[in-house]
Design a protein around this ligand. Structure first.
Ligand code: SAM
Length: 265
């Protein structure tokens, strides 16, 4: 993944959609003051900071993210936070070795699991660091639903010369179907679980705003494996496709999110 400081900053400006999805997930986790929470794929940390407010000073929240740019932004934004219960580290879902077994009450993973290359390993790590009876909360686009952004990305990246680059190696997302999530939870030793669908709508003024939101949300992966200096051309071609779907009111994209809450057995 080739994140940049600019994409990290744009994400914070435009990420109300993920923030609202993150709040929807939080409401299903029955959080209590004093809990210890790990936020995996915390990005610029605004939901992490909100979690820290909810658990209060007796609790603790740690955010991890592989993007040094996003962790730097999170530290800059929240280092003056009055509460001492919030920390950020560079790290990824597949390797939580810095945390001992059974060290968290809740593992929170919003709009992130589809970017994780080895999802079975990540789920096993989530189970390892959760206390028995601890809760895992995951929200992300459902693999049971094909969104317009995937169709447009696939169509544009199939054109010459973009098709000559390896788009999968650039970190294409893997959106989980409900049945796949169920199997991953079984394999990682989770017990009772609840699933919900969160239907959300992303609205923008026009195609340019939609493409910029998609690229910052995906840390640039929306442009596949094309070199960074070729991204402006891909962006223009994607904007043309999005603008074909626009009405006088602008653009609206529907997304179905799979929301999972599972208990560590
Ligand atoms: C769409 S952002 C979500 C950020 C935040 N959770 C939120 O809801 O605003 C996805 C995040 O996943 C992170 N990410 C990508 N691969 C990851 C991995 N293997 N482990 C943990 N996080 C990862 C990215 O760096 C990015 O910050």
């Amino acid at each position: 993944m080739r994140d940049t400081k600019e994409l990290a900053q744009t994400y914070t400006v435009v990420n109300n959609t993920q923030y609202d999805a993150g709040r929807f997930l939080i409401q299903r986790l029955d959080l209590e003051p004093g809990m210890r929470i790990l936020d995996v794929g915390c990005g610029p940390g605004n939901l992490t900071a909100y979690l820290a407010e909810l658990v209060g000073e007796r609790g603790a929240v740690v955010g991890i993210d592989p993007s040094e740019e996003r962790i730097a932004l999170a530290r800059d934004t929240f280092s003056s936070s009055p509460s001492k219960n919030l920390a950020f580290h560079v790290g990824r879902a597949e390797d939580l070795a810095r945390f001992p077994p059974a060290s968290f009450d809740v593992l929170y993973c919003n709009s992130t699991l589809h970017w994780v290359a080895d999802q079975p390993r990540a789920l096993r790590e989530f189970g390892r660091v959760l206390k028995p009876g601890g809760r895992l909360g995951v929200s992300g686009q459902s693999g049971d639903f094909v969104a317009a952004h995937q169709a447009i990305k696939d169509a544009v990246l199939a054109r010459a010369p973009y098709r000559d680059y390896d788009h999968r190696a650039a970190g294409a997302p893997t959106f989980l179907r409900r049945a796949e999530m169920d199997a991953l939870l079984d394999a990682a030793g989770f017990g009772a679980r609840r699933f919900a669908t969160n239907k959300i709508f992303k609205s923008t003024r026009d195609g340019a705003e939609m493409v910029d939101w998609l690229s910052s949300s995906s840390s640039g992966v929306t442009f596949g494996g094309v070199p960074v200096d070729m991204r402006p051309r891909v962006r223009e071609e994607m904007i043309v496709e999005w603008d074909k779907l626009a009405t006088e009111e602008g653009l609206t994209m529907e997304l179905d999110l799979l929301v999972t809450v599972a208990t560590k057995a």
